[in-house]
Design a protein. Structure first.
Lengths: 115, 112
């Protein structure tokens, strides 16, 4: 158990809809990262927050947004969903934000299926 | 959490044998190179990392080798066990902030 909690574990929705994925980082971790794991592109970095502020952005679509709350949990909002958004969405956390070894602690993911 | 559907290269290894998983990277400016293991239904799990100024680093039953000349990274698993069956990803830490860039993954199947 990594200590990172993600909900829901599974989500099925229709095209055009909006969903919110939730992540609680490990106790004491200030950084939260979101990754997308799709069938054809592996693990893709979406966005990072550190202590409530956006710190780094990857290939995140404009239809997607995220935030980190004062209690450090984070939410990833996916809107106007398309079939291609079906994927596993992982949240990870780490203590620091700056350049470090790269050890992130991943949750078990939220599997999104868009029909 | 499995990488279902990805056309992953697969390494089949007999239990007890050593495994070698290879990875090519592209960015010479990366600070760290990291190996992650992803078991079916789970998220990636950190195994070991190596700093860019090192050639070799050993952990428990694992060794990571870095060849900067040819931009090649490898993970060696000694005495492979059934619990080592998983998808293994290499990753680069390219910039401040732990913005990891993952490689495509290799599936390891351990035969009893």
């Amino acid at each position: 158990d990594s200590g990172v909690t993600q909900t829901p574990k599974h989500l099925i929705t229709a095209t055009g809809q909006r969903v919110t994925l939730r992540c609680s980082p490990r106790s004491g971790d200030l950084s939260v990262y979101w990754y997308q794991q799709s069938l054809d592109q592996g693990l893709q970095f979406l966005i990072q927050y550190y202590n409530g502020e956006e710190r780094a952005k990857g290939n995140i679509l404009e239809r997607f947004s995220a935030q980190q709350f004062p209690d450090l949990h984070s939410e990833l909002n996916l809107s106007s969903l398309e079939l291609g958004d079906s994927a596993l969405y992982f949240c990870a956390s780490s203590v620091a934000s700056g350049s470090a070894t790269g050890e992130l602690f991943f949750g078990e993911g939220s599997r999104l299926t868009v029909l | 959490g499995e990488s279902v559907g990805l056309h992953l290269p697969t390494l089949s290894v007999q239990e007890g044998d050593n495994s070698i998983i290879n990875c090519a990277y592209s960015n010479s400016a990366s600070d760290y190179f990291i190996w992650y293991k992803q078991e079916s239904g789970k998220g990636p799990q950190f195994i070991i990392d190596i700093r860019s100024n090192m050639d070799k680093r050993q952990g428990q039953r694992v060794t990571v080798l870095l060849n900067k000349t040819v931009k090649h990274l490898s993970l060696q698993i000694a005495a492979t066990q059934p619990g080592d069956s998983a998808v293994y990803f290499c990753a680069e830490n390219r910039a401040a902030g732990n913005k990891l860039t993952f490689g495509g993954g290799t599936r390891v199947l351990v035969k009893p």
